[in-house]
Design a protein around this ligand. Structure first.
Ligand SMILES: [Zn+2]
Length: 364
C-alpha cells in the first residue's frame, strides 16, 4: 500500500514538474528505477527500509557513450536510498564495464545483482518499459551473501563464486555489504568503494590513518600528509580518498619495494614495513615523518585465517569482518619503526625516482 502511494506521488510529480518528466524519459534513469523496482520485489522491501543497501557502478559506466549517473536518481526516487543516508554507494569501475545494480537486505542476508543487457539500450522508451525484467537485464541473481550463513552452507556459496553469479563482482560486493551490515563508517565505505572492493589492505590503510591522526595529528591549515608508499598496497587508495593525498597533487609517491629489501626490513624490525607518512607544513617547508610497520601476521592469527582450510573464497572476507574492531586499537598492530625530521632536501630525496626511501633514512 505504501509502495503504491509512493508511485502515485511520483507520477503526479512527474506530470507537474517538467524537469522530472523529462528525466523520466532518459535511459539511465529508467534502468536505475527499473532495477530498484525488481529489487523491491525480490528482496521484499518498501521505500525507506533501513535494512537495505544499494551499490552500483552508475556514473562510472557508460551507455552509448553517455555517463549513467541518472540511474542514481532512478534508484533514489523509487526506493528512497541515497548516498546522504549512507545506504547508496557508487563503486569505482572502469567506464567500459557494463552497468550493474546490487541491492542487499541485511535482515534476510539476501542480495540481488542485475547487469544491464546491452541489446536493450537501443530499444526506445515505452517499448523498453514494457520489456520483462529478464530482457532488460542479462543477469538477475538472487543469492545469500550474509557471511555467517555462507560459511554455514559453503556449498551454496561456492556456486555464487564458481558460477560468477555477480559477473565477477562477488568478492567486492559481498565484502562491502557485510561490513556495511556490521556498521562500517561512511568514510570507510567510501574508501572501499573508491578502491573497487573491500579487502584487508584497505582496512590496514584506514588503521594507518587512525594511527597517524593520533600520533602525528594535523594541527594547522598549512599541514598535509604526504605518503611515501613503499611497499605500496591497497592502503594507498584509502589515503587518497580520506586525506586527499594524491599523486597528482604531490602528496602520494608510490614505489615498489623489492622482496629482498622487504624481507631485510622485516627481519630487522620484526614486522612488515608499511610505508612512510610525513606530516608536512607547506608554509614552514618542514615536517615530521614516520616509517611504519604493520603486523599482518598478528591480524591473520587473531582473525583465524592463518593456515586456512575452509573454502577458498572465505579468508579475506573473514579477515575483513575480523579487522573491524582493530580500528579502535591500532597500536596493537602498527609500530613506529623510525620517526625523523623532514626538510625540503630530504623530502626531495625520499620521493625521487631511483632512491630507495629506506636507504635514504638509513634503515637499510
Ligand atoms: Zn584491495
Amino acid at each position: 500500500m505504501k509502495k503504491l502511494a509512493y508511485l502515485v506521488i511520483l507520477t503526479l510529480c512527474c506530470s507537474i514538474l517538467p524537469g522530472l518528466a523529462l528525466a523520466d524519459s532518459d535511459l539511465a534513469y529508467d534502468l536505475g528505477s527499473r532495477a530498484a523496482t525488481v529489487a523491491m520485489d525480490l528482496l521484499k522491501f518498501e521505500p525507506g527500509d533501513e535494512n537495505i543497501l544499494a551499490l552500483t557502478n552508475a556514473g562510472h559506466a557508460l551507455i552509448k557513450g553517455e555517463t549513467t549517473e541518472r540511474a542514481l536518481s532512478g534508484i533514489t526516487n523509487v526506493t528512497g536510498l541515497q548516498n546522504g543516508n549512507g545506504n547508496l554507494f557508487q563503486v569505482n569501475r572502469p567506464n567500459w564495464k557494463p552497468l550493474w545494480f546490487y541491492f542487499y537486505n541485511k535482515k534476510t542476508g539476501l542480495a540481488v545483482y542485475m547487469e544491464v543487457d546491452a541489446t536493450t539500450n537501443s530499444i526506445k522508451g515505452e517499448e523498453r518499459k514494457a520489456l520483462d525484467a529478464d530482457k532488460v537485464f542479462s543477469q538477475i541473481s538472487l543469492m545469500m551473501v550474509d557471511l555467517d550463513k555462507m560459511l554455514a552452507r559453503p556449498d551454496d556459496a561456492n556456486v555464487t563464486f564458481n558460477k560468477k553469479k555477480f559477473s565477477g563482482n562477488e568478492f567486492s560486493l559481498i565484502g562491502l555489504s557485510n561490513v556495511w551490515a556490521k556498521g562500517a563508517s561512511y568514510d570507510f565505505m567510501n574508501a572501499a568503494a573508491f578502491h573497487d572492493h573491500l579487502c584487508p589492505g584497505v582496512t590496514s590503510g584506514y588503521m594507518i590513518i587512525k594511527y597517524m591522526e593520533k600520533n602525528l595529528p594535523i594541527t594547522n591549515a598549512s599541514e598535509t600528509y604526504i605518503d611515501i608508499g613503499s611497499p605500496n598496497w591497497c592502503k594507498e587508495d584509502a589515503f587518497q580518498m580520506i586525506w586527499d593525498s594524491t599523486p597528482g597533487k604531490n602528496s602520494e609517491f608510490v614505489m615498489a619495494l623489492s622482496a629482498e629489501d622487504e624481507a631485510a626490513l622485516k627481519a630487522k624490525y620484526g614486522t612488515r614495513p608499511a610505508g612512510i607518512i610525513i606530516r608536512w607544513n607547506d608554509g614552514a617547508k618542514k615536517g615530521t615523518g614516520i616509517a611504519l610497520g604493520f603486523d599482518f601476521d598478528k591480524v591473520s592469527d587473531e582473525t583465524r585465517v592463518t593456515n586456512w582450510t575452509g573454502p577458498s573464497w572465505a579468508p579475506k572476507l573473514v579477515e575483513d569482518i575480523g579487522m573491524m574492531p582493530m580500528v579502535d586499537k591500532t597500536e596493537d598492530y602498527i609500530t613506529t619503526l623510525k620517526e625523523f625530521p623532514v626538510d625540503e632536501a630530504n623530502l626531495t630525496k625520499l620521493k625521487t625516482a631511483g632512491n630507495n626511501p629506506y636507504k635514504v633514512l638509513g634503515m637499510l
